[in-house]
Design a protein around this ligand. Structure first.
Ligand code: PEP
Ligand code: MG
Length: 929
């Protein structure tokens, strides 16, 4: 039986492509990102050390059975022969030995989360051969002791300290400070000591057989796919568990062969800011881990131009070629062995949100990608990050004056974070999850084992490491503000405190970390929201997003609009409307008018209106409210000049405007106590108490067991039409006044909580009459609409009838979710809902992400049947889901006209709307725009 092909040499890329059907994503799935890119680099002529990839399919087969699948090892042996041929070296040979690395590489890069073993093939014999060959005994024994240590920790599961302790003891015995002080003889001695450590811990010897080394290392890399840190990382990044990792066996090249050798990591553009300038670090006479671990002080990559000019020139040419080839910023690893450059890895570099947006926009301007690709490359979450709060200059100036400046380091991941410090990942995670604290994780440096703490943290501070250190890379990827390498900070893990220039901060105390500037402050600094106007690249990208959505024909023609979704905003006050507009909103989808009633100067009037015994008294109170409501609406129309403004009539139950019964009872008692003397003298209750009693009686009469399903929305309007009559008058008077001032108005009056067509039939004509009357009085005319919210399942089910009266629909998905599930939106999250989501009973919190199968189905039905009656029916959403990218995508697919969300979410929603339009496009997309 011919076994499956588990192993591909780098130059067998065509075969891999053929096997998966040509698609590059599938090639990456089979060979892993690293393997696929090494093979691709080899194909386009970059210098890649010979090697081969064991596929992710082999890994999955190994996970299932606990052993290599049939044929894998034999195929590895055949491939190894080819590598021997290509290099002219022999694996395990004493004369010209081949050494290899065994590197993990999943489809999606998981930096540092899985294992790698270097220098495989070294043993007592090959070490001698290497010495003869290189004439560099120190280098060979250094490589050998590194192999034993790496093999011990990665493959044999031994603690790193087992070796570190021996090394430290040896150095102090010899009076050395640095590893570099160790001589060839020292390292030779350390090899012997390290071998003893293995024997002591494992009860067997470090394997001398190179093939056994390779076999065990391959197994260990496969197993690391299931390691805790890899699993944690996958959870956080939504990488599926069943992808598996590939294993790459790559010929070792050495950056530690003298001053004509070196190694480095670099990004073709700045991963923090996006600036088009090579960004990276390198070290002369060093191996890769020295750069990444941040143990030695690295050099900036530009300095390589004078140290190794030839190799630098070639490096710049190759990286430019790689960027052009992949049409994206590359993150590369390279080694120079005796002047010769070798590329060890390339991948699309991880970057901050700011950098991602700049690079995408720049690449459109450089004609590398088109606008639709730029929009596709940015996620709504990245846009959200860019609008996250920052510390402004003034706040920092004040903090400095107050002596609260603590330390400075490398600004590794931008953004501002305020939290309590914790010194290890487990505590950081626990404090965040269990104690619901805002946490800043503080470490000397981070390792992949710390990822769970980093994810739980609002911010990260390290005292060591540089801009490409583990902490920096991971923090940038997850958008966690991070300062690294704050070298003046001394961390005392035992005493659980840190100091900088005499200032001590203890575990649990507050600090503020500015990942944009690299500064750290003591205590809590105030945060401010960044302005969109200053973010020119983001503005450009969002303009492209709008252009994509506005293309007629981008949505498949059907019953509904053929352009993409518009983004409107929920705004109650003119200042919110102005912000919404500056963030790009194309209308107001919900103005909750009752919020205006809560203002301190208005509430007493509203209460008087509620307590009124007669319609006349009520109207009198409402007449007092009319001018203020009118000026609220005036401000909204003015801010939105010409754009639609949906104003919702009063919705909540009236008791929300009154104090609670308990509060009133307590107040009556205390007031009576204050007035005891008068009371005892038979003068009776004071006026104040009488008023309170009256209020209490009203509150008790309005009491409902289930107010969310009680007298609210349209029901309240029918029971007490005077309120909405006043509101409609205010809306239309304001609209007329604006029109007379030359401001364009497009009012849309929204009736909430309709469940039956007859409710609308009762109230709407009365309100339309008032609207017409006001326009007649003012001799002004403009177009307007009266419509309803769809918040009750019955309304969705009977939408065909409802649309005969309502001129527009807006899904109030907060209530629609509540009513469809029968979950109280006020209580569910406090009781069972969190547990439901954690245990997988529900895939997501339905109050955050639309439940497409249930609530969504009702919405789909409502849109379809509503448009049967009224083909031009305008449909939108104004529940919280209007700002959630997955829900926005759904709204696009069911043919809505717009989504409406909080002003701060508008930029996120604009991008999400464009991405949905592209994802489901009819194919008629103009990519030039
Ligand atoms: C809704 O129910 O989705 C809605 C927008 O209205 P409110 O949240 O004010 O009830
Ligand atoms: Mg509602």
């Amino acid at each position: 039986m011919v076994s499956k092909k588990w192993v591909y040499l780098f130059h067998e890329l065509e075969q891999a492509e053929k096997y998966v059907g040509g698609d590059w994503e599938n090639v990456r799935g089979l060979l892993g990102g690293k393997g696929a890119n090494l093979a691709e680099m080899a194909r386009i002529g970059c210098p890649v050390p010979p090697g081969f990839t064991v596929t992710t399919e082999a890994c999955n087969a190994f996970q299932a059975k606990g052993e290599f699948p049939e044929g894998q090892w034999d195929q590895m042996m055949v491939a190894l022969k080819e590598v021997e041929k290509a290099t002219g070296k022999k694996f395990g040979g004493a004369e010209n030995p081949l050494l290899v690395s065994c590197r993990s590489g999943a489809k999606f890069s998981m930096p540092g989360m899985m294992d790698t073993v270097l220098n495989i093939g070294l043993n007592d014999d090959t070490a001698k051969g290497m010495i003869k060959l290189t004439q560099n005994e120190r280098f060979v024994y250094d490589s050998y002791r590194r192999l034993i240590q790496m093999f011990g920790s990665v493959v044999l599961g031994m603690p790193d300290e087992a070796f570190e302790d021996v090394l430290d003891e040896y150095k102090s015995l010899k009076g050395y400070k640095l590893d570099i002080d160790l001589t060839a003889d020292d390292l030779k001695e350390l090899v012997i000591e390290f071998k003893k450590v293995v024997r002591k811990h494992k009860g067997f010897d470090f394997p001398q057989d190179p093939l056994q080394q390779m076999r065990l290392a391959t197994e260990a890399v496969f197993k690391s796919w299931q390691g805790k840190r890899a699993v944690d990382y996958r959870r956080a990044t939504n990488i599926p568990d069943d992808l598996g990792t590939a294993v790459n066996i790559v010929t070792m090249v050495f950056g530690n062969m003298g001053m004509d050798s070196g190694t480095g990591v670099a990004f073709t553009r700045n991963p923090s800011t996006g600036e088009k300038k090579m960004f990276g670090e390198y070290l002369l006479n060093a191996q890769g881990e020295d750069v990444v671990a941040g143990i030695r002080n690295t050099e900036q990559i530009v300095n390589m131009a004078k140290d190794l000019p030839e190799a630098y020139k070639q490096f710049m040419e190759i990286t430019a070629k790689l960027e052009l080839h992949y049409k994206d910023m590359q993150d590369v690893e390279f080694t120079i062995e005796r002047g010769r450059l070798w590329m060890l890895q390339t991948r699309n570099g991880k970057r901050t949100a700011r950098s991602a947006v700049k690079i995408a926009v720049d690449m459109v301007n450089e004609k590398l990608i088109d606008k639709t690709e730029a929009v596709n490359r940015i996620s709504p979450e990245q846009v959200d990050t860019l609008l996250h709060p920052q510390f402004d200059m003034d706040t920092k100036k004040v903090a400095k004056k107050e002596g609260r400046f603590f330390a400075t380091g490398v600004n590794a991941s931008p953004g501002a974070a305020v939290g309590r410090i914790y010194f290890d990942a487990d505590t950081a995670e626990r404090m965040s999850k269990e104690e619901k604290q805002d946490v800043i994780m503080v470490r000397p440096f981070t390792k992949p084992d710390d990822v769970h703490g980093m994810l739980a943290a609002k911010g990260i501070l390290t005292s060591e490491g540089g801009a490409t250190s583990h902490a920096a890379v991971v923090a940038r990827q997850f958008g966690v503000p991070c300062v690294v390498g704050a070298s003046a900070v001394k961390i005392d893990q035992e005493k659980r405190l840190m100091t900088c220039n005499e200032t001590v901060v203890k575990e649990g105390e507050w600090i503020s970390v500015d990942g944009t500037s690299g500064e750290v402050y003591i205590g809590k600094l105030n945060l401010t929201v960044p302005s969109l106007d200053e973010q020119t690249e983001l503005l450009t990208l969002l303009t492209w997003a709008d252009e994509i959505c506005a293309q007629p024909g981008i949505r498949k023609a059907g019953n509904g609009p053929t352009t993409g979704l518009q983004v409107w905003a929920n705004a109650d006050y003119p200042k919110d409307a102005r912000r919404a507009r500056s963030y790009g909103a194309k209308g107001i989808g919900l103005c909750r008018t009752e919020h205006m009633f809560f203002e301190t100067n208005r509430l007493p009037i509203v209460q008087r209106m509620i307590l009124a015994k007669t319609s006349e008294d009520r109207t009198a109170a409402l007449n007092e409210l009319l001018p203020t409501q009118r000026s609220d609406f005036d401000g909204l129309f003015e801010a939105m000049d010409g754009l639609p403004v949906i104003i919702r009539l009063i919705d909540p139950p009236l008791h929300e405007f009154l104090p609670s019964a308990d509060e009133l009872k307590e107040k009556i008692i205390t007031t009576r106590v204050q007035n005891t003397a008068a009371y005892l003298l038979g003068k009776g209750d004071s006026k104040e108490v009488v008023a309170l009693e009256k209020m209490l009686a009203a509150v008790e009469s309005l009491h409902e067991s289930n107010p969310m399903m009680g007298l609210r929305g349209v029901r309240l309007s029918i029971a007490m039409p005077e309120i909405v009559e006043m509101q409609v008058r205010a809306i239309f008077e304001a609209a007329c006044d604006c029109t007379l001032r030359g401001i364009k108005v497009r009012p849309e009056v929204m009736i909430p909580l309709t469940g039956h067509i007859n409710e609308l039939k009762w109230i709407q004509p009365r309100l339309v009459e008032i609207a017409k009357k006001v326009m007649d009085e003012k001799k002004v005319s403009f177009t307007y609409k009266f419509g309803t919210m769809i918040e009750i399942p019955r309304a969705a089910v009977t939408a065909e009838e409802i649309a005969s009266v309502a001129e527009f629909f807006s899904f109030g998905t907060n209530d629609l979710t509540q009513m469809t599930f029968g979950y109280s939106r006020d209580d569910a999250e406090r009781s069972f809902l969190v547990q439901y989501v954690e245990s997988g009973i529900l895939p997501k919190n339905p109050f955050q992400t639309l439940d497409q199968d249930g609530v969504g189905r009702l919405m789909m039905m409502a849109v379809e049947s509503g448009r049967k009656t009224r083909p031009e029916l305008e449909v939108g959403i104004c529940g919280e889901h209007g700002g959630d990218p997955a829900s926005i995508e759904f709204c696009h697919t069911i043919g809505q006209n717009y989504v409406s969300c909080s002003p701060f979410r508008v930029p996120v929603a604009r991008l999400a709307a464009a991405k949905a339009a592209l994802k489901y496009s009819s194919g008629k997309v103009n990519t030039d725009l």
